[in-house]
Design a protein around this ligand. Structure first.
Ligand SMILES: [Zn+2]
Ligand SMILES: [Zn+2]
Length: 160
């Protein structure tokens, strides 16, 4: 595993994700309203998963005014429903999807040192999970795999 190539979180990358997200919403008959887009962009521009309250703080900072938590929760519900944001169960936080162009199962490598959350895709793991569920006659709704540990960057820092 190379593990060294990281998705840049600069604005160009955010713009690219947003246009993919708009297409995805359109295809699903949903609308990425300006407020929803703003919430999604704010999450894209963070390097780390955010709790709902951290997201509210980021958006309030951007807007320069108070935002009702319920509004932000509604944006989050929408973004999760259309698959643009994933919820990390183990840390009760939210993270923008890095490949918003298609539906997929979610697998994360969570670093306990720097708090980064790298989204990885593995068809092999996806079909293995389906197979396990199938064997147990279980109907999975969503399968989020969260692997905790130390990321490549932090592991290298420790060796120095
Ligand atoms: Zn994703
Ligand atoms: Zn790390």
């Amino acid at each position: 595993m190379s593990g060294q190539i990281k998705e840049t979180s600069g604005s160009a990358a955010a713009d690219a994700s947003i246009s993919l997200a708009e297409e995805r919403c359109k295809a699903a008959g949903e609308r990425l309203t300006p407020a929803r887009r703003e919430a999604y962009r704010a999450m894209l521009e963070q390097d780390k998963p955010l709790s709902a309250y951290e997201l509210i703080a980021v958006l309030e900072e951007l807007k320069g005014k108070k935002i009702a938590p319920l509004t932000v929760y509604r944006h989050l519900d929408f973004l999760i429903r259309v698959g643009l944001v994933h919820r990390l169960e183990s840390t009760h936080s939210y993270v923008a999807c890095v490949h918003p162009d298609h539906a997929h199962e979610t697998h994360y490598l969570l670093c306990s040192e720097c708090g980064s959350a790298d989204e990885v895709e593995s068809r092999a793991l996806g079909s293995l999970l389906d197979e396990i569920a199938d064997r147990h006659g279980f109907q999975p709704e969503n399968a989020i795999v969260e692997i905790k540990g130390v990321c490549g960057d932090c592991a290298t820092d420790e060796e120095k």
